[in-house]
Design a protein around this ligand. Structure first.
Ligand SMILES: [Zn+2]
Ligand SMILES: [Zn+2]
Ligand SMILES: [Zn+2]
Ligand SMILES: [Zn+2]
Ligand SMILES: [Zn+2]
Ligand SMILES: [Zn+2]
Ligand SMILES: [Zn+2]
Ligand SMILES: [Zn+2]
Length: 267
């Protein structure tokens, strides 16, 4: 968080760049032929257009022209201005047409992702199955979901693959922003909004529910009531005693279950 604030200060002091990146050039958007500070500035503006059919996103690979902010010269994409010789970005990616002076972000271009990422190349690996770069702590340590990051965050609906915010992988393999994940936990929601599976090891919480249930006797008229449940974690259906606090899956012992109608028996 601290780094974030410093970044904003620097941008004000240096007078170059935008709220997203510090750099000494603007880009000409090939799609609408307008000049913007960066791709995100373009997308923010283009997504506010009154006519919904005019709204669009910029294809970073298609940027051909940049304008040096030091001497105002429009020219083909390159690291150094052909007119005044200024370095238009300390980090420069020829593929993404991307410039950024904040090299301590640890930019790197992943050939498999096809985009530039931050956080230091050594701290990431590319998972072919998930088709995205993940933190090295997740190597051999996550459930692969095909194209897991090529989705919108299930909480805030921002596209995750090239989001500027940090993302996390849940136990089920689905992904969302770290901030959105924390927000979800704060609201006592512990199951994945996409597949309903528990997002982490819940055994301690299930143990606490066991104790609560033991301490809470149901009224006489409910004591023998049974219900059918579907377990969100193991997908098993079982018949269990009804309890106001929760129904426990007899198969995997999870309380992440929902009541369902009794199964229809074959005649
Ligand atoms: Zn910007
Ligand atoms: Zn220049
Ligand atoms: Zn790149
Ligand atoms: Zn990658
Ligand atoms: Zn994977
Ligand atoms: Zn989000
Ligand atoms: Zn999930
Ligand atoms: Zn279960």
């Amino acid at each position: 968080m601290e780094g974030f604030c410093n970044e904003r200060l620097d941008y004000g002091r240096m007078g170059y760049g935008c709220k997203h990146y510090r750099r000494r050039c603007k880009i000409r958007a090939h799609c609408c032929n307008e000049v913007y500070d960066c791709r995100h500035c373009h997308n923010e503006a283009a997504n506010m257009l009154r006519n919904i059919f005019d709204r669009h996103e910029l294809d970073r690979y298609e940027v051909k022209q940049v304008i040096c902010t030091v001497c105002d010269t429009e020219q083909p994409v390159a690291r150094v201005c052909t007119n005044c010789g200024v370095n238009m970005g300390e980090y420069f990616c020829d593929i993404c047409k991307f410039y950024d002076d904040d090299t301590d972000k640890g930019h790197f271009h992943c050939d498999d992702c096809g985009i530039c990422r931050v956080g230091g190349r050594d701290n990431f690996f590319h998972c072919k199955k998930c088709a995205s770069c993940y933190s090295v702590v997740l190597r051999n340590n996550h459930l692969c979901v095909e194209n897991s990051m090529r989705h919108h965050c299930p909480i805030c609906y921002e596209y995750l693959f090239d989001s500027l915010k940090d993302t996390t992988v849940m136990k089920c393999g689905h992904t969302m922003h770290c901030d959105c994940y924390d927000e979800m936990l704060k609201r006592d929601k512990f199951c994945c909004p996409i597949c309903s599976k528990s997002i982490m090891d819940m055994s301690k919480i299930w143990m606490r529910m066991d104790q609560e249930i033991e301490a809470t006797l149901m009224p006489d008229e409910y004591r023998d009531k049974k219900v059918w449940i579907l377990c969100n974690d193991c997908n098993d259906t079982t018949e269990v005693y009804f309890h106001i606090i929760g129904q426990k899956c007899s198969h995997c012992l999870s309380y992440n279950t929902r009541t369902i109608g009794p199964p229809v028996l074959p005649q």
